[in-house]
Write a protein that binds this ligand. Structure first.
Ligand code: NAI
Ligand code: MG
Length: 475
């Protein structure tokens, strides 16, 4: 085996200010709220910058700016709105290296992923919805579908800039204006996006960015001037928001948690399945709502598959997220690390067998090794609860019917994967799995043209594709 030499991406390309205000009406403004918090690099615990936590008055100011911009923005011909969105997409491509480094610094994800997955998808999303802006009359929602008004959007920390793109691109294409709140641990790429809006000459007030934590998010979604709420995050907060909005005229979409089954049949191409399992749960440290966190493997091949999987996990490299050879980066926050540890300890206490490859852990920062639990029962917490970390729970099955029953035995329903060479079995499974997305001999594959969203406690509404327009139109 050859040793890898370090190959870190330079961080000189990013210019992080020591302190940020809020982005309202096309300007950087000082918040009325005096609360400020530090955002840190989870790989080193180094402080990157200080950001404002907006209060109710600040949120109100942002919503008013968006409301004022709405009549002008929504009256523009779709082709004019498209020009701005295409411009934003191109600036993102031009600045993609900078944005990838910034995302990796603030989030802890490997540069290989921010550079090769997040950023290309962010640009693709803006290009895709730019293309719809002048074709809304042909989207199947009537000859002249109208926008809703001001969209209040709250996003999580696992794909900060990508979730921003999923929210902002369709909203603007349809003629809405937005106030977006990024997650408290990952505000920096949203703040960089504010600069991109200025660079693209986007009219003031069309996009407003307010930073803060749960209280800021609550002030935004409950603001009476907001016409549409879009939320991605935990099921717990999704429930709170749904309760708060019940009985109001606000339109709501929720993209919440998941506990997806990745199902491997005995005829599956095993080496590809192993790659799919690794990608399914160890991509982005498992901080993925649609992660394949439950491996369901047919009993006849379980030993062989697990052996191959363990061999592969021994080759994963955990460490400096800016290093181009790193596979597993840092856990995003101390809180998330505590949650992963707690659930893993529960797995052991309930009787499952825990395994990790030998894996040196850096001294500073938040880290968790890739972990596999075997001997998992359906009743174990690690089989039922979203861990949102690099932890795989393995269960076995004998028949396709048993696989379906186990896969669907969850309060969630966001995604699933099926590995088999048999087309008929694949279709049989896909029609029975209660999941918004079913991947066939692949996993975690995304495309802006493809709708994404859940059943049951994974939320409602779809993002992406033509379906994603519906959430931002009065239909
Ligand atoms: P969270 O749901 O609290 O945070 C997501 C976003 O919602 C953040 O921007 C946060 O500031 C905001 N928020 C929090 N409380 C709010 C409220 N009352 N009203 C409006 N906005 C509010 O998620 P958190 O605490 O970061 O993670 C907890 C767990 O949730 C994770 O361990 C994971 O299991 C799950 N999660 C799932 C995500 C997914 O995409 N499915 C994303 C993030 C977390
Ligand atoms: Mg929370």
């Amino acid at each position: 085996m050859f040793e890898y030499a370090p190959a870190p991406e330079s961080r000189d390309i990013v210019d992080i200010r020591p302190s940020y205000g809020l982005f309202i009406n096309g300007e950087w403004v000082e918040p009325q709220s005096e609360e400020r918090h530090k955002t840190v690099n989870p790989a080193t615990e180094e402080v990157l910058a200080e950001v404002a936590w907006a209060g109710e008055a600040d949120v109100d100011r942002a919503v008013q700016a968006a409301a004022k911009a709405f009549p002008v923005w929504s009256a523009l011909p779709g082709a004019e709105r498209a020009k701005y969105l295409f411009r934003i997409a191109r600036i993102i491509q031009e600045r993609s290296r900078e944005l990838a480094v910034l995302e990796t610094l603030d989030n802890g994800k490997p540069i290989r992923e921010s550079r090769d997955v997040d950023l290309p998808l962010v640009a693709a999303h803006f290009f895709y919805y730019a293309g719809w802006a002048d074709k809304l009359a042909y989207a199947g929602f009537g000859p002249d579908p109208r926008p809703l008004g001001v969209a209040g959007q709250v996003i999580p920390w696992n794909f900060p800039l990508l979730m921003l793109a999923w929210k902002i691109a369709p909203a603007l294409a349809c003629g809405n204006t937005v106030v977006l709140k990024p997650a408290e641990t990952t505000p920096l790429t949203a703040l960089a996006f504010a600069d991109i809006c200025r660079q693209a000459d986007l009219p003031p007030g069309v996009v407003n960015i307010v930073t803060g934590a749960g209280a800021t998010g609550a002030a935004l979604v409950n603001h009476p001037g907001v016409d549409k709420v879009a939320f991605t995050g935990s099921t717990e907060v999704g429930r709170l928001i749904a309760r708060g909005l019940a009985g109001t005229r606000k339109k709501l979409t929720l993209e919440l948690g998941g506990k997806a089954a990745n199902i491997v049949f005995e005829d599956a191409p095993l080496d590809q399945a192993v790659e799919g399992i690794v990608n399914g749960i160890f991509f982005n440290q498992g901080h993925v709502c649609c992660a394949g966190s439950r491996l369901l493997v047919q009993e006849s091949i379980a030993d062989e598959l697990l052996e191959a999987l363990k061999r592969r996990l021994g080759t994963l490299r955990l460490g400096d997220p800016l290093d181009k050879n790193t596979d597993i980066g840092a856990i995003n926050s101390a809180e998330q690390l505590a949650k992963i540890r707690e659930l893993s300890e529960a797995g052991e206490a309930e009787g499952a067998e825990r395994w990790s490859p030998p894996c040196p852990i850096p001294d500073r920062g938040y880290w968790f090794p890739p972990t596999v639990f075997t001997g998992v029962a359906q009743s174990h917490r690690i089989a039922r609860e979203e861990i949102f970390g690099p932890v795989l729970s393995v269960l076995t099955f004998r028949t396709p019917a048993e696989a379906v029953e186990k896969a669907n035995n969850t309060p969630y329903g966001l995604s699933a994967g099926v590995w088999t060479e048999k087309g008929s079995l694949m279709l049989w499974m896909a029609s029975r799995l209660r999941a918004g997305v079913v991947w066939s001999n692949t996993f975690n594959r995304f495309d802006p043209a493809s709708p994404f969203g859940g059943y049951k406690e994974s939320g409602y509404g779809r993002e992406g594709g033509r379906h994603g327009l519906e959430a931002y139109l009065a239909v």
